[in-house]
Design a protein around this ligand. Structure first.
Ligand SMILES: NC(=O)c1ccc[n+]([C@@H]2O[C@H](COP(=O)([O-])OP(=O)(O)OC[C@H]3O[C@@H](n4cnc5c(N)ncnc54)[C@H](O)[C@@H]3O)[C@@H](O)[C@H]2O)c1
Length: 254
């Protein structure tokens, strides 16, 4: 695959899969805008990508809960590189984990302060919704573009504690992805959701069962995203693709 002359925006790009997507995209010749709230790490990662001398990288400090910051990131991408070919919405995570909620103090769903779940729904669902609204104008002008949403097997399974997460991910996997694909079809724009099972961006994910008896390497998820953006992936649209080692096909007994 070769992404020379192509521009991607990756969110949640200071770590995990958002970072790996940005690094691999640049490795394959594309230019990339890394968006994250973590300004220091973002700066360091942008420098690392540029030092490799392949695709160029810039950073945009951007909280995906903030529409104005998203518009600034979009404008920075267009001012620097002239267009936006791909937006990959990696920023996200379960609020109770990301916000370090103490399970002993807040044992069940109704005990957890509502602002924790607000954070989860805002980052996981509103972030990609805001991003779509902000970048579709640019993609409409170009008459091309791809938005990759990142769902999760949990969006199909539910979670009795971290309820913000499956609620938001299901919104991406079905409603938002199909809706963007429907709108985009008039303008040469596609939208696809990639929904991983457990991924080893954290060692603990190895404990989540799959039919294949292992969790995914992060690169396996990124390779699918890159395929969707490549010449070979152009007919895939409006779809949620599970990449979960068959977890969705397991006969689970609760
Ligand atoms: N790791 C898994 O097993 C797994 C499984 C299924 C889906 N996913 C999804 O994949 C995506 C990436 O997961 P990961 O494990 O690589 O994540 P990660 O925790 O390594 O990285 C998340 C990044 O998002 C950034 N972030 C947090 N809040 C933000 C905000 N408001 N605005 C912008 N950036 C923000 C963080 O600073 C961090 O750099 C997430 O959406 C996650 O829900 C992960």
């Amino acid at each position: 695959m070769n992404f020379e002359g192509k521009i991607a925006i990756s969110t949640g790009a200071a770590s995990g899969m958002g970072l790996l997507f940005a690094q691999t995209w640049a490795e394959l010749g594309g230019n990339v805008v890394l968006c994250d709230v973590n300004e220091n790490v973002l700066k360091e990662k942008v420098e690392e990508i540029n030092a490799k001398g392949k695709g160029k990288a810039i950073g945009a400090v951007c909280d995906v809960r903030n529409y104005n910051q998203i518009c600034n990131a979009r404008d920075k991408a267009v001012e620097t590189f002239g267009r936006i070919d791909v937006v990959a919405n990696f920023a996200g995570g379960t609020a109770t984990r990301m916000r370090k909620v103490n399970r002993e103090e807040y044992p069940e769903f109704p005990d957890v302060p509502i602002d924790v779940y607000d954070w989860g729904i805002d980052v996981n669902l509103k972030g990609p919704f805001y991003f779509a609204h902000a970048v579709l104008k640019q993609m409409r002008e170009q008459k091309s573009g791809l938005i990759i949403n990142i769902g999760s097997i949990t969006g199909a399974e539910g979670d009795s504690y971290g309820m913000d997460y499956p609620t938001s991910k299901a919104g991406l996997m079905y409603g938002l992805t199909k809706s963007i694909a429907q709108y985009g079809s008039r303008h040469g724009i596609r939208c696809v959701c990639v929904s991983p099972g457990p991924v080893l961006t954290r060692a603990a994910m190895a404990n989540m069962k799959t039919l294949l008896g292992r969790a995914a390497e992060p690169q396996e998820i990124i390779d699918l995203c890159l395929f969707l953006a490549s010449d070979k992936g152009q007919f895939i649209n409006g779809e949620n693709i599970m990449i979960d080692g068959g977890r969705n096909a397991m006969n689970r007994c609760w």
